[in-house]
Design a protein around this ligand. Structure first.
Ligand code: MLT
Ligand code: ZN
Length: 468
């Protein structure tokens, strides 16, 4: 039974975006109220689907008027519970999910500036296709590319496999358009590569996880399209040899595009999942390293040169053939999917930690994580981005996720690392923020948030403890 205020709220939202785009029925809201891992969920009053920046502003003003909270959502591929409503709590304000999936306009690629403007709901794949059509490429890529969107990738400062070469999403944003909690449209999509005029909205909003404003569009950097890629999968006998290989690649391979890491447990799981034996294997393998080199001409000679001189390699495969590359890359790209399937089988959502440590601490991190997983009795599946010391620690069948997080994240902090390398803090990691940020830093972050959103309306509970 809806209260009179709720009825009025829905009426006003319907006037703002059209009744067809205000979803109130349980079955229509359901998919927006839970993340794809099934770990995070909460109820909302309605899902609102605006079609323009003006409609986004109107919805925000209405939410402010009715004192409801607002959860921005697009691809809903997040892994830290930041894009779905918080669990119901007595006395808590009700939530509206604002889905940005109708904001899918893409501008013309400016090949001279190497930029394009994309609305928040454009997927990474569509962004890449538009770049390719203009003979260019996108600097960011990760496995959820078909569903993950520009808005979400900026809001979480997403990373992926090409960070080594081009940096995270933050570095790709040359202009931004967003709507603040007051319903004001801020930013610029002019794409000036040089401008020092005070506050830089892209820098402020990248990584703010929907807490400072709702991102509606961005002016994005593009990069050359290197059409020749050589991919190698290498089994190494120790973490140290993997790191020495990374150093050698960085020193001499100018076309280096990605250096990813797959633990044997992840290789076994993905190989079972896709029903194919690992393309390289050895009982001595301590880690698998996947290397991409991309250039305007075949880069395999440089890559082979380094591989032939590296120590500690126990098996390797290299290819430039598109079909074979796809087969090889599947052993990296489909790990997340394999983990999700294994978790479904045991009936417990995967418990994911996304951490990074300095490279010389990677061995200690793996030991600490394995110790914690063994104590919990769960299955640990690590993989990630070697060049950034970034491991995705996936726990299948975890009995005590909180205890696991306490142990592993404390170890990460004491190794000089971070509790979130690329997935964000969301609601999942808020309790551990003090491991990596001191009280003055947390106060400053809260003060910036309070200045822009004094009513704590935008994505409350994300990045900061929930106050209301
Ligand atoms: C990846 O690197 O594939 C993503 O961060 C996804 C994940 O960690 O599951
Ligand atoms: Zn990743």
């Amino acid at each position: 039974m809806q209260s009179a205020a709720q009825v009025d709220l829905i009426k006003e939202l319907s006037l703002a975006v059209g009744a067809a785009h205000v979803l109130v029925d349980d079955d229509l809201r359901a998919a927006y109220e839970v993340d794809w891992t099934g770990r995070y969920q909460g109820p909302c009053n309605a899902v609102v689907r605006p079609n323009s920046v003006e409609e986004v502003a109107a919805v925000i003003r209405i939410c402010a008027l009715y004192d409801v909270t607002l959860v921005p959502q697009a691809g809903n591929t997040g892994l830290v519970g930041g894009s779905v409503p918080r669990p119901a709590r007595p006395g808590a304000r009700s939530a509206i999910v604002m889905s940005l999936t109708r904001l899918t306009r893409l501008g013309r690629v400016d090949t001279a500036a190497m930029q394009v403007t994309a609305e928040a709901g454009v997927t990474l794949t569509t962004w890449r296709e538009s770049a390719h059509n203009a003979g260019l490429d996108t600097p960011v890529d990760f496995a959820a590319r078909d569903t993950a969107t520009i808005g979400g990738a900026i809001a979480t400062n997403a990373g992926g496999s090409r960070v080594l070469r081009f940096g995270t999403m933050r570095r790709q944003v040359v202009g931004i358009e967003a709507v603040t909690a007051k319903g004001a449209i801020v930013g610029s999509l002019d794409g000036l590569p040089k401008e020092t005029a005070g506050l830089h909205w892209p820098s402020l909003l990248a990584g703010s996880e929907g807490t400072l404003a709702v991102i509606t569009a961005a002016r994005l950097r593009l990069v050359p399209w290197f059409q020749h890629t050589a991919t190698a999968l290498v089994a190494v006998k120790s973490i140290e040899s993997g790191i020495r290989l990374l150093a050698a690649l960085r020193q001499s391979v100018t076309s280096l595009d990605a250096v990813e890491v797959i633990a044997p447990a992840a290789m076994r799981l993905v190989s079972d999942h896709i029903g194919q034996p690992p393309p390289v294997s050895s009982p001595e393998a301590a880690l698998y390293v996947m290397v991409d080199c991309a250039d305007h001409s075949d880069p395999s000679e440089q890559l082979l040169d380094v591989l032939s001189q590296a120590d500690g390699i126990v098996d390797s495969a290299i290819t430039t053939d598109a079909v074979q590359r796809k087969r090889l890359v599947a052993f990296r790209d489909r790990i997340t999917e394999a983990i999700a399937a294994a978790s479904t089988e045991v009936g417990v959502p995967t418990f994911k930690l996304d951490v990074a440590v300095p490279l010389d601490a990677l061995g200690d991190l793996i030991k600490a994580a394995q110790g914690a997983a063994d104590a919990d009795g769960c299955r640990l599946v690590p993989f990630g981005h070697l060049a950034e010391g970034n491991l995705h620690l996936n726990h299948i069948g975890a009995s005590h996720p909180e205890r696991l997080a306490n142990t592993v994240l404390s170890a990460v902090a004491s190794l000089g690392g971070t509790i979130s390398a690329e997935h964000g803090i969301g609601v999942a990691k808020v309790p551990w923020m003090s491991l990596i940020r001191n009280p003055a830093e947390l106060d400053a972050q809260a003060a910036i948030r309070a200045a822009l959103d004094p009513a704590d309306m935008l994505n409350p509970g994300v990045l900061h403890p929930q106050v209301t």
